[in-house]
Design a protein around this ligand. Sequence first.
Ligand code: AMP
Ligand code: MG
Length: 326
Amino acid sequence: MTAALFLLSALVQEDLPHRVFRGEAMGSALEIQVLGPDPAVLDRAIAEARAEIDKLDRMMTDWKETGALMEVNRNAGLNPVTVPPEFLFIVKRSLQVSELTNGAFDITWAGAGRLWKWWEKDPQVPSPGEVKAALENVGWRNVLLDEKASTLFLAKPGVRIGLGAIVPGYAGDLAMRKIRTLGVKDALVNLSGDILAAGTNRGQPWKIGLEHPRRPGETFAVMPISDQAVSTSSDSKRFFVRDGKRYGHIIDPRTGYPAERCQSATVTASTLAYADALATAVFVLGPEEGMALLEKLPGVEGVIVAADGKVSVSSGLSRERLGVKP
Ligand code: AMP
Ligand code: MG
């Protein structure tokens, strides 16, 4: 491209209408950015993306008493429940990720997770006996999915599922699909740390800052992405401290206790649902096993901050490019 032409295209990019939405969805922060020639299309893209996220929220979050997820949990050990196709799809994906991660990712974490009330004012640490009893109800093989009948059945009365580690990612994927269907090529959807970026930000890759899990507001790496998803799991926002010990919101399904091998785990992949689920799994597995998993999976990379603060980066990424200090 000649210098003049390059300048012209830079000018056009510079002038490209840009819409930013910042608000709330699924109980946390939502940011949508869209760029394109027609502002009316951009506004419509944001509206449709938000509607898609709200639809999944009503269907599958566990912080409201209504919706298909609650219906499934209420019928544990009793009846199979007919669920919408999106619900079936994401539970099927969840079970695949459980298999892939040796059960580190497990939507039945909720059977034990109920004991850990990190959202309360004065949360208590449950007794070892309580945790052991709750573990009886944890295990992804208790989730019986019948694709032909479009039903889900939880095998025992105490089994509960919670989809908080994958539904925000899936919602991001579906929101981006809406945006792309309207012909918008450059967009970013960020559901409190679950990020999907399409195209570019005025010709440049989208730049995603990774927040330090122990120094709020401080970025320890910057990841340039284009047509890619990035998800971070950490214990920095949802946790409580008791007798000097931190208890985070991600449960190790094998012990029933909060996972404590990582401060944060960031995963990049082609879809946000996959990145979201894997980030949670890597957080549970810890720096060694977690990194081994990332290295094994094609098209997947990541950055792990271990419990001692040590940062490790998968082989497809470069510390220097991310700006991670040695
Ligand atoms: P994320 O921020 O994606 O890691 O999701 C964390 C949320 O996932 C928690 O707040 C729980 O709702 C849920 N969760 C906790 N432990 C697990 C687990 N081992 N597998 C799947 N979901 C989990
Ligand atoms: Mg996750």
